[in-house]
Design a protein around this ligand. Structure first.
Ligand code: PLP
Length: 387
């Protein structure tokens, strides 16, 4: 079945009693048993199993082309669980531009427990070879990265990592399963913050890990139950509803992002436009190979530093100033002061002239009109600096 069909039908048989086309919100904490241990369909307790969650897990596994999906209360809970399948003391090699919250988890929670992290630009094969030679148990890829939209060649890293005996996990949140399926490129586990494109409407927080590896899936399910960071039934329902329209939304996100990136490229107050769809992007060829399209996230730098960035962000019109991404509405933010403030002291902080856009699916003319107005504000703030 094609992606669009899987999104609407995988794991979503009409409900048995009434024929409801939507999987109901099974708002229950427990299930009646027919005698001791007489479980109906294996349902004993809702932290362990819930039919709305089961439907979501099956659907998201199908979208990433994997056999097992394990859903969590947030993307960070999914990432923690994947790391939890490795023992303390494990050596992790990560891309040197991870989401700030991922860096915080790695450096402030897991490192004190004995995990060892190294960060490198693993979009470069020579760097990957060198880093793997030091001994690595897990390679943590994020691609495209948040916020610098670096593109990592998943197949290249997976081949080298496997040869060195390492497992490969990919945080594919920025791409969504519609644009990129890392398991097909050789990755062992995929993680999404479903809060973003999969949910798609900025109304629910969640995460998922998808894998083809039976043993790892078993361990993830164990951790899901043992730690208990499970998504609520309503959240599973909302995420599943979002997933149904992922393909159509992503096509619009990508189309609007292209128009926005091209517009930014023509503006003289903009110093640098970062979008994998532009030929100027160093990862363009890899992105064209491993992604269906180039995504809805765009970043750019402005002349005039923080003052110009602040001026630009002072009145954002139809663009909502806020953290997060991947919803139908366009968002704009300052990564250095907002989403990536937790990188402070990491050595790979983002510069304060960087702006990140999550391009939504409003009419592109409205997005461009407000962007133009914001760029004018930045230009006024930047001009004394530039002369
Ligand atoms: C790339 C990436 N991974 C993981 C996360 C964490 O997801 P959540 O906020 O659902 O915990 C985020 C959140 O912004 C993200 O951007």
């Amino acid at each position: 079945m094609e992606f669009e069909t899987r999104a609407i039908h995988a794991g979503q048989e009409p409900e048995a009693v009434t024929g409801s086309v939507n999987v109901p919100i099974f708002q229950t904490s427990t299930y009646v048993q027919d005698g001791v241990g007489g479980l109906r369909g294996g349902h004993d307790y809702a932290r362990t199993i819930n039919p709305t969650r089961t439907a979501l897990q099956e659907c998201l596994a199908a979208l990433d082309g994997g056999r097992h999906g394990v859903a969590f209360a947030s993307g960070m809970a999914a990432t923690s669980a994947v790391l939890g399948t490795f023992a303390a003391g494990s050596r992790v090699l990560a891309i040197n531009d991870v989401y700030g919250g991922t860096y915080r988890l790695f450096s402030k929670v897991l490192e004190p427990q004995g995990y060892r992290f190294a960060y490198a630009d693993i979009s470069d094969p020579a760097v990957v070879e060198r880093a793997l030679a030091a001994g690595v148990d897990l390679v943590w890829i994020e691609t495209p990265t948040n916020p610098l939209l670096k593109v990592v060649d998943i197949a290249m890293v997976a081949e080298r990592a496997h040869a060195a005996g390492a497992v490969v996990a990919v945080d594919s949140t920025f791409a969504s399963p519609y644009l990129q399926t890392p398991l097909a490129l050789g990755a062992d586990v995929v993680v999404h913050s479903t809060t973003k494109y999969i949910g798609g409407h900025s109304d629910v927080v969640g995460g998922v890990a998808v894998t083809d590896d039976d043993e790892r899936a078993e361990r993830l399910r164990f951790l899901q139950n043992a730690i208990g960071a499970v998504p609520a039934p309503l959240d599973c329902f909302l995420t599943l509803r979002g997933a149904k329209t992922l393909a159509v939304r992503m096509r619009e996100h990508c189309r609007n992002a292209r128009r926005v990136a091209e517009h930014l490229e023509r503006d003289d107050v903009v110093r640098d436009v970062i979008w994998p769809g532009l030929e100027s992007h160093p990862g363009h060829a890899v992105a064209a190979r491993q992604m269906r399209d180039f995504g809805g996230m765009v970043a750019f730098r402005v002349h005039g530093g923080r003052a110009a960035a602040d001026a630009l962000l002072a009145d954002t019109g139809v663009w909502s100033m806020g953290e997060s991404l991947g919803g139908v509405e366009s968002l704009i933010e300052h990564p250095g002061a907002m989403t990536h403030a937790s990188l402070a002291g990491s050595g790979f902080e983002v510069s304060d002239d960087l702006i990140r856009l999550s391009v939504g699916i409003e009419h592109v003319d409205d997005l461009l009109a407000d962007l133009e107005r914001m760029l004018d504000a930045a230009r006024r703030a930047a001009s004394p600096v530039r002369v």
